[in-house]
Design a protein around this ligand. Structure first.
Ligand code: GAL
Length: 941
């Protein structure tokens, strides 16, 4: 057996310790290295570790990097199937092998000093030589390793570091996370002097006693070291004993108060950032500093669209700030410990962290877990080693409130070993592992993707803290139903929230031959086995811009609720700790979407968990539909948002719209030229189809029920999309049953049904004149035995391509669907047709605007068509048909037509999250039923 096929752990590494910076000298070895990729171990060059080896012909490669992101080899995506034969611990002979070399100088002043070489991450394993001497071998891709190089380093001279990395190793069996398989030295590499009489390691225990408000501090480290925290009046205090530091401000995700201090030994000084908090489970509720906490979290993978597993520091900071701006308060580091920087930032910005071990053996689930390493003693040390390296590295972060043993690895004794060791080492943090349903080893009950009714059942009965380590699968358009979960978290004290799956779409940025940018997913790199676009399931797009799912989530989890109650406005503080003192409230009054007044709203102090009612401000009288929008904004800038940033908002109705008035019976349709006309509308006299409204040509107006299936429509065991296609809803045929130009206007009857199907929709189209407009009253009657809900129900039509500006009064500004519409408000919005599209990486239904009272599609001169609902309709406008949208697999396959396709709908089925989880709630399925739908059309300009 080769060294890299041993179940692990590695060999030659130093004992794990905390990640920290100190005043000891260090040298980053990040930079441009020499690199050679061989298709197999047998093809890898011999003697490359020799300092004299000639690497002048090798490629240059940045380190840190994943080599597939730089044109060496190809990325591959699988969800849980192993991309190699399952015969652990063996891996294929065709094992891509990346040899890395770096020549570097070390200052002469380092002579005689102990030095360690630290790798923060090598995927999947690394064998390391310095100046020709082998230092050891490491496995465990996302946990650090250090080697003692004191005896081989040549200060003042040239040194040569050589690292052989194999794409596959025994460790790969433990790293079967749902993500791209990418290889290389993907985190920092550094030499660190370890001073004599220094601080090799330390463990900060900083507690908060919620009864007294006092903090306690104990730092376990080398005897004789001293601690100073000037802010607390702690000067030169002893280590390895507990100090009562008096009244302090506790650390929470809402109040990330860090106290700065110093840990000193004669040979080394370490800056400290201490957050005081105590995590406890009390009466089955997870608490911090004595209060129940609620996770409003996301699962975060480390990925970048061009750099693979390397996420530059500025991108990390920006994305965590983006989370904070969207009211997210927690991260599960799915499914491995992140780059250490992430945790520093979580301490600083305020995010609860569940730190998860680099462990997943999900490929064994395929045939129900036979020979799962989790229960095989040969793998015990590897499991323990991974846990130990995570806990030791990360133990000093106040943000970490739970340790997670890993993800989807079945369950076995090796989990028990991890848990036992962790409890001894760090009794201060509870343990999590979702597959431990009986609570054999862990302290919290965790589930992924249970439907809301099951969450309610568990919430009502379970005696442990209950969290959803994954829920609301954010693949494509969705997730729907966030509001339902949120209600349950508000209802059951032990339902303590969860982590949406997942933060980011892992698309890889590519270009077509003609230079069009797009994002690639599984299968785009010729993988033999892959899981397609299942890797595109984030709340943010691959470039980390927010998708509508994130906007919805931010609104649903907002820390302040602003609602209308009898006689006033109720402001509820949904935070767990902080009052709302950092927020200012203001209001805007809009009449039919136009601002008529604004002002400040005085809100008295509201403690966490409490509500106050305030009077509605005095506002001017209005005539049309009027709404009052109240915003809660940050009064001052924070590290993650500018002053004025809207944290929460609510909209209150002030004046309802006038009910629509039925028009006077108008003129009968008249025959003019070869056409029938009703007021300004012209129809085909045989088919009865609309041809024009005034001068605006209208093509292809007909009943339509199809939408380009979303990932959620395509998900679950019996995908809605399959049922829709089986029922022929994507290919309705239309037949005119009759045409009648009498009784004031024009009446057309049609029947729409699919080939081979008996079920049909009979529609009576009644067109009448309504002043300068023409009114359509559509009565739809189902025929036959309909058993599928409809994707949508409404009309389609095509308008000239120049009418590409859309203004509407209704829900906006973003898209919305019946089970994902918390984040939209009633207002007047203008977008171009292109801006109305949501660029889901895998094209699908998107861009729907609901509750539309009226919409105008106009050209640059303001000419065009106005459509008014009675009272409302749903709207999409695109440069391609639903059929083209459904056929496209990548964004670049969407080619604009020379018309704009408009859908005007009475309703849509909701979104749900069946791509992995519950489908659309019954009440949000569009059941076939008699329907009346009314619209008026008027030419503009
Ligand atoms: C879970 C898993 C995640 C991801 C998700 C689906 O089962 O833990 O890693 O695969 O499903 O996207």
């Amino acid at each position: 057996m080769t060294y890299y096929e041993r179940p692990g752990p590695g060999a030659g590494g130093l004992p794990a310790r905390a990640a920290f910076a100190s005043d000891a000298p260090s040298l980053s070895l990040n930079g441009t290295w020499r690199f050679h990729l061989a298709p197999s171990v047998a093809d890898a060059p011999e003697g490359f570790e020799d300092p004299g080896f000639d690497d002048s012909g090798w490629a240059a490669l940045p380190v840190p990097s994943t080599w597939q992101s730089h044109g060496h080899g190809k990325p591959a995506y699988t969800n849980f199937r192993y991309p190699f034969p399952v015969e652990a611990p063996h891996v294929p002979d065709e094992n891509p092998t990346g040899d890395h070399r770096l020549s570097f100088d070390v200052p002469g002043s380092w002579r005689g000093k102990p030095v360690v070489l630290r790798f923060d991450g090598i995927d999947s394993c690394g064998r390391v030589w310095l100046n020709g001497t082998e230092l050891g071998y490491t496995q465990g891709s996302r946990v650090p390793v250090e080697f003692d190089v004191s005896a081989v380093l040549r200060p003042g001279q040239r040194n040569v570091l050589a690292v052989r990395v194999h794409q596959w190793s025994a460790g790969s069996y433990l790293e079967d996370q749902d993500q791209w398989w990418l290889s290389g030295i993907f985190r920092d590499v550094r030499l660190v002097v370890r001073p004599e009489h220094g601080i090799p390691d330390f463990f900060v225990h900083a507690g908060y006693d919620h009864r007294t408000g006092h903090g306690s501090l104990r730092i376990d480290t080398t005897a004789g070291a001293r601690v100073s925290v000037p802010e607390l009046g702690l000067a030169d205090a002893a280590v390895n004993e507990t100090h009562d530091v008096g009244p302090i401000e506790g650390w929470t995700a809402e109040t990330p108060r860090l106290y700065h201090g110093t840990l000193s030994a004669t040979g080394e000084q370490v800056p400290l950032r201490i957050g005081f908090r105590t995590v406890e489970i009390s009466d089955g509720v997870l608490t911090v500093n004595g209060r129940r906490i609620r996770f409003r979290g996301v699962n975060r993978h480390e990925f970048h669209p061009t750099l693979g597993r390397v996420v530059p520091p500025e991108v990390v900071r920006a994305e965590l700030a983006e989370m904070k701006r969207h009211n997210i308060n927690a991260i599960r580091t799915s499914h491995y410990p992140p780059d250490p920087l992430v945790l520093d930032l979580c301490d600083e910005l305020g995010l609860w962290v569940m730190d998860e071990c680099d462990l997943e053996t999900h490929g064994y689930e395929v045939d129900d877990w036979p020979e799962n390493p989790s229960d095989d003693p040969r793998w015990r040390d590897a499991y323990l080693d991974r846990m130990r390296r995570m806990v030791e590295r990360d133990k000093n972060h106040p943000s970490i409130v739970l340790w997670s043993l890993g993800n989807e690895s079945g369950i076995g004794r090796n989990h028990g070993a991890m848990a036992d060791w962790t409890r001894l080492r760090d009794p201060s943090r509870p343990l999590h592992y979702e597959r431990d349903r009986e609570g054999r080893y862990v302290d919290v009950y965790s589930r992924m993707y249970p439907p809301p009714d099951e969450v309610a059942r568990i919430g009502a009965t379970k005696k442990m803290p209950f969290i959803l380590c994954e829920y609301a699968h954010a693949m494509g358009n969705g997730p729907g139903r966030l509001v339902e979960y949120e209600r349950l978290f508000d209802t059951y004290p032990r339902c303590q929230g969860g982590f949406v799956w997942e933060w980011l779409d892992h698309g890889i940025r590519q270009r077509t031959p003609d230079g069009t940018e797009f994002y690639a997913y599984g299968g785009d790199f010729g993988e033999e086995v892959h899981d397609g676009n299942f890797v595109i399931d984030g709340l943010v797009f691959p470039d980390r811009s927010p998708s509508p799912g994130l906007i919805e989530y931010a609104k649903v989890i907002e820390p302040v609720r602003i609602e209308s109650v009898a006689g006033g406005i109720r402001v509820t503080n949904r935070r767990d700790f902080a009052a709302l003192d950092d927020l200012s409230f203001d209001w805007v009054l809009e009449e039919e979407g136009r601002e008529v007044a604004r002002g400040a709203l005085a809100v008295p102090r509201v403690a966490a968990g409490e509500s106050v009612d305030v009077a509605v401000p005095k506002v001017p009288t209005t005539l049309a539909e009027t709404w009052l929008t109240v915003n809660a904004r940050l009064s001052d800038a924070t590290e993650w948002a500018p002053a004025g940033h809207v944290v929460a908002w609510g909209q209150l109705p002030v004046r309802q719209p006038e009910p629509p008035v039925a028009p006077e019976p108008g003129q009968e349709a008249v025959r003019r030229g070869g056409e029938l006309t009703v007021g300004r509308a012209a129809f085909d006299p045989v088919r009865g189809s609309l041809l024009r409204i005034g001068d605006v040509p209208v093509a292809g107006l007909r009943l339509d029920v199809w939408r380009a299936p979303t990932d959620n429509d395509r998900g679950s065991e019996e995908p809605l999309a399959d049922r829709w296609r089986a029922a022929g809803l994507d290919r309705l045929q239309h037949r005119v049953l009759g045409l009648e130009a009498s009784g004031g206007g024009l009446t057309v009857r049609t029947r729409s049904a699919a080939a081979g199907q008996r079920e049909g929709l009979v529609a009576t189209w009644r067109w009448t004149e309504d002043g300068a407009a023409v009114r359509l009253r559509l009565a739809i009657e189902p025929e036959g035995d309909w058993t599928v809900p409809l994707p949508r129900l409404g009309l389609r039509l095509a308008l000239p391509a120049l009418l590409d500006t859309v203004e509407w009064y209704g829900s906006g500004p973003g898209e919305s669907y019946v089970d994902s519409c918390a984040a939209v408000r009633i207002g007047r919005f203008t977008r171009t047709v292109d801006q109305l599209q949501t660029p889901y990486v895998f094209p699908q239904e998107n861009g729907n605007r609901r509750d539309v009272r009226w919409a105008e599609l106009r050209d640059a001169d303001g000419a065009g068509l106005r459509v008014k609902g009675a009272p409302t309709f749903e709207l999409t406008a695109r440069r391609w048909t639903s059929e083209a949208l459904a056929a496209a697999r990548h964004t670049y396959e969407l080619v604009p037509d020379d018309v704009i396709h408009v859908n005007l709908d009475a309703g849509h089925t909701g979104l749900g999250s069946a791509s992995c989880g519950p489908g659309v709630a019954e009440r949000h399925r569009l059941i076939v039923a008699p329907t009346i739908f009314e619209l008026t059309f008027r030419e503009l300009g």
